[in-house]
Each structure stands twice: as C-alpha cells, then as structure tokens.
Unconditional design. Sequence first.
Length: 177
Amino acid sequence: MNTQSSATTTALPPPLATFSGQNDGAPLTRVLLAYFESRFKLYLRFGEPVRVVRFDRWRRVAVFPLGAIVCRIRWQANDYGTVRWQLMVMQAGLPRDVMQRIPGVQPGARLLLHTEGDHAVRTVLACIDAIEALGIAPVTVSPAYWRTLANRLAAGFPLPEYTTERHAAWLAGRTLS
C-alpha cells in the first residue's frame, strides 16, 4: 500500500512545485483536465502550460506559471444530451494572493470570467474567436477585459469588443509599470 501511495504522490507535482525549466522559483498552478467520451470533457480553450502531466488516457494536469491566463471549459452530457456547459477564464496567482477555490485548480486562481449555459458559453467563445481573428493570443488579453466581459454578460448589457488599440494600450501600460 505504501508503494502505491508513493507512486501517486510522485506522479502529481505538489501545488508549490517548481520545474527545472523555471528559473525564478515561483509556485505553479495545476489545472485538472479530463475526457470521458460522450459524457464529460474538461479541457483548455486557451492557455500555455509549462508542463502537462498525463495520468492515463482520460486524465491529465496542466501546470501554469504565476500570472498565466487560462480558459477551461467543462461539458457534461447524459443519455438525453448536454446537461452542463461551463466556461472559466482564470489567472494563476500566489498562494498568499486573494484567489477563489475552484474544483480541479490547485492552489486556486483569480476568477476573471465564469459563465454557464449554452448561450452564454457560445457568446464568450465567439468573443474569443474574434480576438484570435485580430491576431491576438487570448492569453495576452487584459484581465480587466475578461472581468468587464463577465460583468456585461451577467447584466445583459452589450458586450465590449477587444480591439487592437485596446490591446496596444494594455501592453504599453504593462511595460510602464
């Protein structure tokens, strides 16, 4: 029994682990991903993991550095069709930062956007597609835009466009601070 538990422990890096390719020693955020055909999918829409740990053909963990922005989609179905569709855009943080506890995300993350339901998820996916059509990687988009998008979606207001001008202003502000 001890050999089995130690194998499980070594397969999954601890929440505050660092990998040899990471030079600053900052802790990493782990995001659980899963796939059970025709029933359950927990996958990334965008995000740039530093490593992916594969447990078996159905489960894996993507590991992200501090500040990384990630979009994870959860889809569930039963014999009659889709029962849950959820989209989350989150940002990895330090354990001492204010973060939400999100199932399958350790130690947690700042939740920038959370939406559920077919229409809402499709609307956000269309916004992501529009951002990519501009040649902008969604991981580089301003966290404030994701929060604004979430608030507008929840309030039923028109959704803001993410433009190249807005992106240039975000990048310029980042370099100044």
